[in-house]
Design a protein. Structure first.
Length: 319
């Protein structure tokens, strides 16, 4: 029963944070795209954004067909396309190859699969729904990826005993069960679109600055060039303010959501009977450092290890 209840709570929080992220970056991206389209239009270039199917979408939604709403629809479509691409297994497979991540072989595969199967049995889920991978790195880490993948680094396998490894895998199983990685992947897809629009804007600024550096030496034309450049500088100033505000909001929002997911995953391991196993593993990790200071903790996507260990101990005392 606890699995279904926790999953619903996790999905609700994750979805809410995802929506907020999409609204923040979507709004700023739409404004920037509007500025790009407006600046290009000043050169007499007809807009390519006002396509018939975009107009049709706005009319069906009962929204005004204006430059800004057209930009909003384009950003939404860019977001949707990027999200779909990020969900495709071949795209995730490219990431695995790029990071030199592969399926375990031989005795290592048997060892990891036994640990994983025990965790899944405790959680009441089918272990065959998920796939384990290893990364030949000395780093001590493990992470969930996509909808059904867990990657374990060799450094972690060498450092932890079987009991502790089960605790860590239970933690990662929670991220998959609660779709934390799906929401994270979706956020990353939207951020890629947002960053692409930012890059397009900066490229346009570079072109305009280059042209201005030529025109400012031509009599009469240089006056118009100065006026136009003043407008562009003002727009760039607005964009940078909006960009900073969006990033500031995300820097606070995303780690907050991630820390909630981490505590929930720790509790998940505890409810599977592996809380002390995870606490032992986390205590080992404190030898390699921990998150210190208020600001560092505020922007960190993981709570301090010592707090997580203390919370797990508290849960164990509660029975």
């Amino acid at each position: 029963m606890f699995l279904g209840e926790n999953r619903q709570k996790g999905i609700g929080m994750g979805f809410l944070l995802l929506i907020i992220t999409g609204l923040i970056y979507g709004a700023v991206a739409s404004v920037i795209l509007f500025f790009i389209d407006w600046i290009i239009g000043l050169f007499g270039t007809p807009t390519i954004l006002e396509q018939p199917f975009i107009v049709d979408i706005l009319q069906r939604l009962g929204l005004p067909v204006e430059s800004f709403t057209i930009c909003c629809v384009w950003v939404a479509l860019f977001f949707l396309t990027s999200i779909i691409l990020f969900q495709l297994p071949p795209i995730q497979g490219l990431f695995l190859k790029f990071k030199n991540i592969s399926k375990p072989q031989g005795d290592l595969a048997v060892y990891l699969n036994n640990c994983w199967s025990d965790d899944c049995r405790r959680a009441g889920v089918d272990p065959d729904r998920y796939t384990l991978y290893v990364q030949h790195s000395k780093q001590i880490n493990a992470f969930a990826l996509g909808h059904n993948r867990v990657v374990v680094l060799m450094g972690l396998i060498d450092e932890m005993n079987e009991y502790e490894l089960k605790g860590i895998l239970a933690h990662e199983l929670s991220h998959l069960v609660h779709r934390d990685t799906t929401y994270g992947m979706t956020s990353a897809a939207m951020l890629n679109v947002y960053n692409a629009i930012i890059i397009a804007f900066e490229l346009l600024m570079l072109i305009i600055t280059t042209v201005y550096n030529v025109l400012r030496y031509i009599p009469f034309i240089n006056i118009l060039a100065v006026v136009f450049m003043a407008i562009v500088i003002f727009i760039r100033f607005i964009v940078r303010i909006l960009h900073s505000l969006a990033n500031f909001g995300y820097v606070l929002l995303a780690p907050f959501g991630s820390r909630i997911a981490e505590y929930r995953a720790d509790r998940f391991a505890h409810e599977l009977g592996l809380g002390q196993a995870l606490a032992s593993a986390l205590a080992k990790l404190t030898r390699y450092g921990d998150t210190e200071g208020f600001i560092n903790q505020l922007v960190s996507d993981h709570p301090p290890l010592r707090k997580r260990v203390a919370k797990l101990y508290e849960l164990s005392q509660q029975g």
